[in-house]
Write a protein that binds this ligand. Structure first.
Ligand SMILES: C[S@@+](CC[C@H](N)C(=O)[O-])C[C@H]1O[C@@H](n2cnc3c(N)ncnc32)[C@H](O)[C@@H]1O
Length: 246
C-alpha cells in the first residue's frame, strides 16, 4: 500500500508516535484530535475503536496502557492501514482487527468492553453541487445530505444493543445543529455527558454555504466569526450511555 508522504506525529507518554495515512484515509483529522484530548482523562482497559481509519485512537489508547483494543472499520483499506501503523509502532499483540459495519458487531462481545469511541463521518453534502471530497475520502467523511446519516444509524443501533453496551465517546460537529444534537440523543433515551468542546476553522467550502445565513442559524450551528474575520465551528466531545447511572 502506498502511504501518504504526509504523516502525523504525536507525543504520547514522552514517545514520538507516527501515524500514516493514504489517499482515502488521512492519518488523523481534527475530530480525532478533539477526541484524543478527552481520552487523556479516561482510564479504560478494553476499548472498541469504531471507524478506526488509520487506527490512531486505538493505538493512542494502547500506548497509554489500555489492555486491549478491537479495531473496527467498514473499509478493508482502513484495517490494512491500522495494521501498518500498529507494526510501525511495534505493537504486535493486545488487539484484534474487524472489518464490518458497526451494526454487525455482536452485542454480547461489546458488553465485555468498557469504552467505545467513534468519530463518525458527518460531512453534510447538501451544500455542494459537486463532489466536495478531495482524493477518495468519501467513505471517510460522507455524512449524507445533512451530515446525520451515519450518526443516526449509529445511535439507533447503539440505543437498542443488548446487553448494556459500554459508554460511547462521540464527536459531533456543531454544524449538525445544537438542538438537533441534543434531540437526536434524547429521543433514543440515551444519557449523555458533555466532555469538552474545541473551536476549529470552518472549511472554506462551508464558509460559502453559510455566508448568507442569519445570526440565529449561525448560533444554532455553533458558527462564530472571530474579530479578525475567521469563521469557526466547534467540535463537541460527548459521552453517551444507555445506563441510567451515567
Ligand atoms: C471520520 S473517519 C474517522 C477515522 C479515525 N477514527 C480517525 O479518527 O481518524 C470515519 C471512519 O468511519 C468508517 N465508517 C464509515 N461507516 C462505517 C460503518 N458503518 N461501520 C464502521 N466504520 C464505518 C470510515 O471508513 C472511516 O474510517
Amino acid at each position: 500500500m502506498e502511504l501518504k508522504q504526509l504523516s502525523k506525529t504525536l507525543m504520547i507518554n514522552h514517545q514520538e508516535v507516527t501515524f500514516y495515512g493514504n489517499n482515502n484515509i488521512p492519518a488523523m483529522g481534527i475530530f480525532t484530535s478533539a477526541l484524543l484530548r478527552s481520552l487523556q482523562q479516561v482510564k479504560s482497559k478494553r476499548i472498541i475503536d469504531v471507524g478506526c481509519g488509520s487506527g490512531v485512537i486505538g493505538i493512542y489508547a494502547l500506548i497509554q496502557g489500555c489492555d486491549f483494543v478491537l479495531f473496527n472499520d467498514i473499509q478493508k483499506e482502513a484495517l490494512e492501514l491500522t495494521s501498518c501503523n500498529l507494526k510501525s509502532n511495534q505493537i504486535l499483540d493486545r488487539f484484534q482487527l474487524r472489518q464490518c459495519p458497526f451494526s454487525e458487531l455482536d452485542g454480547m462481545e461489546l458488553a465485555t468492553f468498557d469504552l467505545l469511541t467513534f468519530c463518525a463521518p458527518q460531512f453534510p453534502i447538501k451544500y455542494f453541487s459537486q463532489n466536495p471530497f478531495p482524493n477518495d475520502e468519501q467513505v471517510f467523511r460522507d455524512g449524507g445530505p445533512d451530515g446525520w446519516k451515519i450518526l443516526r444509524e449509529f445511535l439507533d443501533w447503539y440505543a437498542t444493543l443488548k446487553p448494556t453496551p459500554p459508554p460511547a465517546i462521540l464527536v459531533f460537529s456543531s454544524i449538525l445543529g445544537k438542538s438537533t444534537i441534543r434531540d437526536e440523543i434524547q429521543k433514543r433515551d440515551l444519557r449523555w455527558k458533555h466532555h469538552s468542546s474545541y473551536e476549529f476553522p470552518l472549511r472554506q467550502s462551508l464558509v460559502k454555504a453559510f455566508e448568507q445565513s442569519n445570526a440565529l442559524l449561525l448560533e444554532e450551528r455553533g458558527i462564530v466569526i472571530t474579530p479578525d474575520g475567521k469563521w469557526c465551528k466547534s467540535l463537541h466531545v460527548i459521552e453517551v450511555n444507555t445506563n441510567q447511572t451515567l
